[in-house]
Ligand binder design. Structure first.
Ligand code: ARG
Length: 475
């Protein structure tokens, strides 16, 4: 990547004699201003989209008779050659040409001569860049969706395997009720499924073609915009040229969906970090996802989830950068918009990397079922089950709550669990308690009792995992 502050003196042979827009200028651009205003250091990443857009534009210009077939063929040949050069790393990006668009156009003119100068007919960089960014983002969303699907599939497999594994469920990070570990994993699955739905929804509004809007007002050439849309796989064409060249709300929507997704990954990270600690020890992560300490030889740190938790802030920052970028802009295009790309690229890279790390890591989780079981037994996690038992014996829920509260206090003083109190002792709190209460007080009994849609019963976990698998096959 070329950054303004790292620029070495350009080879004069590579410099254009005049800028592509130089006609009305009396003096060359100030050297620092040139580097400061250039975007080629980061927008060169859009070269594939830029060439695809230009190819479709040229084909359309030939279709409507603005270019001859021979001219169009020459332009497309030239563009294909440039694409190969860039992919081979055999293309030098010139800061004086400002951005990816003018670098490619100038090189085209170099390669094929004057006919290359016809490509920009009926087009502006304003609708060109909006098209490139939309094409790029559409591709990025598709790649992210694939990675999300891989992660979701890993969660469902693990959830199915661990449907019968008991762990403590928490509220306020205090032991609340026993739950299935599979149920917990499926909660993550639900969060990520909504993320996938949100991205699919954003994609609909991304996939609209701005080309044909030209600088801001449309163009006097008889362009066939629907044909360009069809060639590039867009679902439709924009209906207002001012809006199409200026708004970046589709980027903001993506960044917002990406932020929510990172927030979910961060919450998952937080739990993984807690669970790998010696105090919880619910799971182990294989060494390949962890690193050591340079001073403490015993350490094995859960770096991957920690980094994902940390990287979440970057993506929030990207979202705020774009919201702030747009808030003061009058219609239509303003150079401010050049600042949309780095936050967008950063968010795409961060989310992709985080999803990839998680998709690799989740199937490798090694649950410590015994530890989870011991933890689930602590904290009187089946107290609600005792209250529900009393309700079934005809006690009003509030009274049952009170009775069980007293029993818990007694057990706490005695240093044992409710299930370890003798029946006679329990009956002292309520004569309605019978011998069958002990089945209710077990972890398995407690889990299995919550056998309704959305509940933690292993039976329900298996039903939801099967449904999730079907859903994943469709996506
Ligand atoms: N590099 C510019 C950007 O990223 C391309 C569009 C420039 N248009 C203009 N009229 N200066 O937004």
């Amino acid at each position: 990547m070329i950054r303004p502050d790292e620029q070495t003196a350009p080879n004069p042979a590579e410099l254009p004699t005049t800028k592509l827009w130089g006609g009305r200028f009396d003096e060359p651009t100030d050297a620092f201003v040139e580097a400061f205003t250039a975007s080629v250091g980061f927008d060169q990443r859009l070269f594939r989209e830029d060439i695809a857009g230009s190819t479709a534009h040229a084909k359309m210009l030939a279709k409507v008779g603005v270019l001859t077939t021979a001219e169009c063929d020459k332009i497309i040949d030239g563009l294909n050659g440039i694409l190969l050069d860039i992919e081979r790393g055999d293309f030098s990006w010139v800061v004086a040409y400002e951005d990816v668009h003018m670098n490619i156009e100038a090189r085209l003119i170099d390669r094929i001569g004057d006919v290359g100068k016809k490509l920009h007919t009926g087009r502006s960089r304003n609708d060109q860049v909006a098209t490139d960014v939309r094409l790029y983002l559409r591709g990025a969303i598709d790649r992210i969706e694939l990675e999300l699907t891989r992660l979701r599939a890993g969660l469902v497999d693990l959830a199915e395997r661990e449907a019968d594994t008991v762990m403590p469920g928490f509220t306020h990070l205090q032991v609340a009720q026993p739950i299935s570990f599979g149920h917990h994993l499926l909660a993550w699955y639900e969060m990520l499924t909504r993320d996938a739905e949100r991205l699919a929804d954003v994609r609909k509004r991304v996939n609209i073609l701005p080309l044909g809007s030209a600088a801001l007002a449309g163009t006097s050439y008889p362009l066939d915009r629907d044909y360009v849309a069809e060639l590039l796989g867009f679902d439709g064409v924009s209906r207002n040229s001012l809006d199409a060249v200026s708004d970046r709300d589709f980027v903001i929507e993506f960044l917002s969906a990406a932020s929510v997704s990172m927030m979910h990954l961060s919450r998952m990270s937080e739990e993984l970090i807690l669970w790998t600690s010696a105090q919880f020890a619910f799971i182990d992560l294989p060494d390949r996802f962890c690193t050591g300490s340079s001073i403490m030889p015993q350490k094995k740190n859960p770096d991957v989830p920690e980094l994902v938790r940390g990287k979440t802030g970057r993506v929030y920052g990207d979202l705020f950068a774009l919201l702030t970028l747009m808030k003061g802009q009058p219609l239509a295009y303003n150079k401010d918009n050049q600042e949309d790309k780095e936050p967008l690229f950063d968010a795409v890279d961060t989310l992709m990397g985080s999803l990839r790390a998680f998709a690799d890591m989740i199937p490798a989780i090694e649950p410590n079922r015994e530890r989870m079981r011991i933890a689930a037994k602590q904290g009187f996690s089946t107290a609600t089950d005792l209250a529900d038992y009393l309700v079934r014996q005809g006690v009003a829920f509030r009274d049952a709550h009170e009775i069980v509260g007293k029993a818990v206090r007694h057990a706490q003083n005695a240093g044992c669990d409710l299930s370890e109190l003798p029946l006679a002792q329990l009956q002292a709190f309520s004569p309605k308690i019978q011998d069958d209460v002990f089945a209710v007080l077990t972890l398995e009994g407690s889990m299995a009792a919550r056998d309704l849609t959305g509940g933690t019963a292993p039976n329900q976990v298996r039903i939801q995992a099967a449904a999730a698998k079907k859903g994943l096959q469709r996506s």
